[in-house]
Ligand binder design. Structure first.
Ligand code: ATP
Ligand code: MG
Length: 307
């Protein structure tokens, strides 16, 4: 069952001072997120990711189109008790400590004592802020603010969490921790919808992704499938080779490199593959690995979105 539904979503912003003209930030975007998925919402700067999230959070009104969360329209108060949100640039009352802020937000959700204190303590542990529990937020670094932002997004045990760039501003350790939090949420059955341009995180986490560019949805699907379409050949790694091997293989493949006692052969096409593999088996060379060469998400972004 889809828990997030976006149908033909379009958003125009009016820009300019005297003569206002509309600028299209989202152009007829449709997508659905299934219950229990980790869904990555990707796109370069200005693609429209935050705009989409703000519309889902009922912070912006769409120009046209429909959005539903957990089957309800986005202005439903009942539904909002069941979701969590981390905004792009979280800003909190900065004279509060993390403990005070989380207690305050917990109360807004109607969580009572002593459950609340216990919950706040566990959350501060989870996001790595236990030692800073009594430090005012105005003394926090960017990464620490991001951590408290993540804590407040999950304090109500939401069924869906919406995270606008959850890894932004975090050091490698912090990113690992957030990855762990997201994985744990999924294991608990929570649906996670997050925007990001930190591609390795997306590759490591997401069940499906949507790629947005200049307000238009470019692709939706399993990342493997999106990238697989663009397999550029295979890389074969061999051991136990001789100078003779090198000469023979060079006859059918141009890209042959030696690395220590390994031979790396790049095979561009099927026609090239056959003679090489035949030779490998006939000469009983050791086949260490053979992998398709597909672009990383980074290369995909570079190639596709530059066009
Ligand atoms: N309040 C606004 N008024 C006018 N234009 C806006 C407004 N908010 C966003 N835009 C424009 O809408 C487009 C999409 O912006 P959005 O913030 O959704 O991008 P994004 O994908 O979140 O980018 P980033 O990766 O930089 O966070 C941009 O061209 C931006 O300039
Ligand atoms: Mg954004």
């Amino acid at each position: 069952m889809p828990v997030i539904e976006i149908e033909n979503l379009t958003k125009d912003f009016l820009v300019g001072f005297w003569k206002k003209r509309p600028v299209r930030a989202l152009d007829n975007v449709s997508l659905q997120v299934e219950q229990g998925e980790i869904f990555g919402f990707l796109g370069p700067n200005g693609a429209g990711k935050s705009t989409t999230l703000k519309i889902l959070m009922h912070l912006l009104h769409p120009t046209s189109g429909a959005t539903r969360i957990l089957g309800d329209p986005v202005d439903s108060v009942g539904m909002r008790r069941r979701i969590g949100f981390l905004p792009e640039n979280p800003y909190f009352y900065d004279y509060l400590t993390p403990e005070e802020l989380l207690t305050y937000i917990g109360r807004l959700f109607g969580i009572r004592q002593p459950v609340l204190s216990q919950k706040v303590r566990t959350l501060l542990e989870t996001v790595g802020l236990a030692d800073a529990r009594s430090v005012q937020l105005r003394k926090f670094s960017k990464g620490m603010v991001q951590r408290i932002g993540i804590a407040q997004a999950i304090i109500n045990d939401p069924e869906i969490v919406f995270l606008d760039e959850p890894m932004s501003g975090l050091d490698p350790l912090g990113r690992m921790e957030v990855r762990r939090i997201i994985t744990a949420l999924k294991a608990a059955g929570v649906t996670v919808f997050f925007s990001s341009h930190i591609l390795p995180d997306v590759e490591a986490l997401c069940d499906r992704v949507a790629i947005l560019n200049k307000g238009k949805l470019q692709e939706v699907g399993v990342l493997e499938d999106i990238l697989k379409v663009r397999i550029e050949g295979h890389e074969v790694i061999l051991a136990g080779w001789s100078d003779e091997t090198l000469k023979t293989i060079r006859r059918s493949c141009e890209e042959v490199r030696t690395m220590g006692d390994r031979l790396h052969v790049r095979i561009g096409s099927r026609e090239q593959m056959e003679p090489v593999l035949k030779y490998v088996f006939e000469e009983r060379l050791e086949l260490i690995s053979m992998n398709p060469i597909r672009p990383s998400l980074e290369e995909y972004f570079f190639q596709e979105l530059k066009r």
